[in-house]
Design a protein around this ligand. Structure first.
Ligand code: DMJ
Length: 634
């Protein structure tokens, strides 16, 4: 018996599924009718036989289309949306019906548990959204781990020593970790922690404030006062977001903040000028200068967001009035292209010395020039702050920005002897707040795309945004260049005028191994937030995914080298050696800032948006006048 050729479609299935998918029904029937054998029969058969054959074809066709529709319906109800859509297309196309009829029963995915499904989807490179949801969850887990160590061994102390498993009061004894962590827990939706921290604040903090001794005005303002005010707003005070219903009524946070700020005001009252002293004794509300009589420039100019907001919500202007006098006074002082020395005297009201830097004691002066202007809704009364900020950033670009050799990393150095003295290619990790501030200043919290569309960027804004991106890259490379993937406290940069051999970060595969110099005394890492803070702001503004990827790499390095099994995370002594030597301390800003910024880096961009909130220098969000309100929760 001679074998008859297979119908075209069936033959095709075995060797070219793709081609088959694209054939239309008409084409397939035509091919069948015109196939060799059918052609011959058409010429030899009678008209009756021919008509009978056509009827059979018709019946077969009807049967097949029915079967195909049934089968596609079943598939639609059992498999995921992507296959569903393919199916719809196939049903609309007549060729698809033949395919369903002839092809094998579709293979359905195995029945997976929800967890397995998330794992599977996360590994799918296309599944961008789920990947970041899962990474955000990892950051949340890290926060829970950090808090659990603190709660177990150090509840009520300022900080946890996670290796020796006890607490220490390095900030005056106001339970700084509790208050610094509170709004992070609120933001992450960790209700149990909000309850624990909130009830500690309600039952313990006022007594501490009434009884404790000496505290630093700046540290207490940014961590404790800032933390209380954010908690107040984020739990519904001042018409805020009500992210958590746990813990005390918001007014408890506000009253505690007022009690604290009333005492902190003594640093202003005791000073002969508008520049406050650096310290306060809480129990008797007295202000005191530092032993050398000087205040840090950044410290006296980094109180205004908090004091302004307290005045706004309490209805008492005194806090804002005192704090703003500092900035108004600084406006009139002479500067070097907008840059200022890192010390100021409360006795004379003048800057002291010539040391100019954006690292310790200088940093947040520049940050608050911008943020206080933003907080006040860019009102005309504070335009001078924006002018001071713009002038200072021009000064940074002219006097402090250089490129390293051989690979051209852009960095911000220092002028320890003023503008006429020599340049130092030293950059503190603290300077890594600057990329975020520059980007925020350029678009005022809008995305770059929106700012471009609205034609809102000036020449200065473009320059600052470019510098922000270059510096963020450098800050990230300060991590990548080390063996642990974690940045040192201070880096030096190899330039035409400066080099030192044998002080690399230890990661031989980094292309910047010769650009970055890390001295022995600077190799520690205190779990600081500045780089991830800038990555968060830059991601929100540029929407460039690389900033999220960099943040994730940094988070993984924290997980690998700083996590302590019994609870908490520890600072390191040397990021260039493996395994790294550890220090026994978990700083409060790891919970208040580092983990919060990582969490927000991986969150939706309309959660705590940058055009409605400013973050104080300790990452406590404060609403912008007239802008905050209806914001997405979760
Ligand atoms: C924090 O307390 C604040 O971010 C401050 O402005 C600088 N230092 C630490 C974090 O590194």
């Amino acid at each position: 018996m001679s074998s008859s050729p297979l119908p075209y479609s069936v033959k095709d299935v075995s060797y070219d599924n793709a081609k088959f998918r694209h054939r239309s029904l008409t084409k397939v029937v035509n091919r069948m009718l015109l196939s060799h054998k059918v052609k011959r029969n058409c010429f030899t058969w009678s008209t009756g036989k021919f008509l009978a054959m056509m009827m059979i074809f018709g019946l077969v066709y009807l049967f097949m289309s029915r079967a195909s529709q049934d089968s596609s319906g079943a598939v639609r109800s059992t498999i995921d949306g992507r296959i569903d859509r393919d199916d719809d297309k196939a049903v609309a196309d007549g060729g698809g019906r033949f395919k369903k009829f002839w092809s094998k029963t579709p293979r359905l995915p195995p029945n997976l548990s929800p967890d397995e499904k998330v794992k599977l989807s996360v590994n799918d490179p296309n599944n961008y959204q789920l990947r970041w949801v899962s990474r955000q969850q990892k950051v949340k887990d890290a926060f829970v781990h950090a808090w659990s160590g603190y709660k177990k061994y150090a509840m009520g102390y300022d900080e946890l020593m996670p290796l020796s498993k006890h607490g220490v009061d390095g900030l005056g004894g106001l339970g700084a970790t509790v208050v610094d962590s509170l709004d992070t827990a609120i933001i992450m939706g960790l209700d149990d922690i909000v309850s624990e921290a909130g009830s500690w604040v309600e039952t313990q903090l006022s007594d501490r404030i009434n009884q404790k001794g000496q505290v630093n005005l700046f540290e207490t303002t940014i961590r404790v006062l800032g933390g209380l005010l954010s908690a107040y707003h984020l739990t519904g005070g001042d018409g805020g977001m009500r992210l958590s219903k746990k813990g005390p009524q918001p007014v408890i946070y506000l009253n505690t903040a007022k009690n604290l700020a009333d005492r902190l005001l003594s640093a202003f009252a005791a000073s002969p000028t508008v520049i406050p002293y650096s310290d306060v004794t809480l129990r008797d509300s007295s202000g005191h200068p530092a032993p050398d009589g000087l205040s840090s420039t950044s410290e006296v100019s980094t109180l205004q967001l908090e004091f302004n907001y307290l005045s706004m919500v309490s209805g008492d202007p005194k806090y804002s009035v005192e704090a703003m006098k500092v900035l108004e006074h600084m406006k009139g002082l002479s500067k070097v292209e907008g840059l200022v020395p890192i010390y100021i005297s409360p006795q004379t009201g003048e800057f002291h010395g010539e040391n100019i830097r954006l690292g310790s004691r200088g940093d947040s002066y520049y940050e608050y020039l911008l943020k206080v202007w933003l907080q006040q809704g860019t009102s005309e009364n504070v335009t001078y702050l924006h002018e001071m900020y713009i002038e200072a950033m021009k000064g940074v670009r002219n006097l402090l920005v250089r490129k390293s050799v051989p690979n051209g990393l852009v960095f911000v150095g220092e002028l320890p002897y003023g503008a006429k003295g020599s340049f130092s290619p030293k950059m503190d990790h603290l300077v890594c707040f600057l990329p975020g501030t520059l980007a925020l200043g350029a678009t005022k919290g809008l995305t770059k795309e929106r700012a471009l569309k609205g034609n809102l960027l000036t020449f200065e804004d473009f320059e600052n945004l470019k510098l922000a991106e270059d510096l963020a890259h450098t800050c990230f490379e300060m991590y990548s260049v080390t063996s642990t993937g974690l940045a040192p406290e201070i880096a030096y940069f190899h330039t035409e005028d400066y080099s030192e051999e044998g002080l690399g970060g230890g990661n031989k595969s980094s292309e910047y191994q010769n650009d970055i110099i890390i001295k022995h005394a600077d190799r520690h890492n205190l779990l600081r937030p500045e780089t991830v803070e800038s990555l968060f702001v830059l991601y929100r503004i540029t929407e460039n995914e690389k900033y999220r990827d960099w943040g994730w790499q940094i988070f993984e390095a924290f997980e690998r080298y700083t996590k302590v099994d019994s609870g908490g995370y520890t600072s390191l002594d040397d990021v260039t050696s493996l395994p790294p030597r550890t220090r026994d301390k978990m700083e409060t800003f790891f919970l208040g800032e580092t983990l919060k910024y990582l969490y927000l880096l991986f969150s939706d961009s309309d959660f705590i948006p940058l055009d409605k909130f400013v973050f104080n220098t300790e990452a406590h969000p404060i609403p912008i006048k007239g802008a905050a309100g209806a914001t997405k929760s979760g």
